[in-house]
Ligand binder design. Structure first.
Ligand SMILES: [Cu+2]
Length: 113
């Protein structure tokens, strides 16, 4: 009995949150290309999950040049200077590992669903 009002308010908050997600960012998110930052000799985030057909952009925030090279040879950027970017559109589901060819310890993954 004491908890009933509390539960009801929780349910209302839950509904509000759900409708906010459903109506708000969903469509914008689908159109928004995923972005991977190259910073401090790391790809951030190190794992990105996108939908099939999504474009992923890499932006070099370091003062050092970096590259984005797929392990399988699917994509390969030229050397990216500071603030330069590279994009690739993923048309097939799968797990795509990539690294910087100049600094091979810089490795990360794109998962395409
Ligand atoms: Cu590098």
């Amino acid at each position: 009995m004491i908890f009933k009002p509390f539960r009801m308010s929780l349910a209302h908050m839950g509904l509000a949150a759900l409708s906010g997600v459903a109506l708000g960012p969903t469509s914008a998110w689908a159109a928004d290309p995923a972005k991977v930052l190259i910073k401090d000799f790391m790809f951030t985030p190190m794992s990105v999950t996108v939908k099939t057909g999504a474009t992923v952009s890499w932006v070099n925030m370091d003062d050092e040049p970096h590259t984005v090279v797929s392990d399988s040879g699917l994509f390969r950027s030229s050397g990216l200077d500071t603030n330069e970017s590279f994009s690739y559109k993923f048309d097939k589901p799968g797990t795509y590992r990539f690294a910087c060819s100049i600094h091979p310890q810089m490795a990360a993954t794109i998962v395409v669903e």
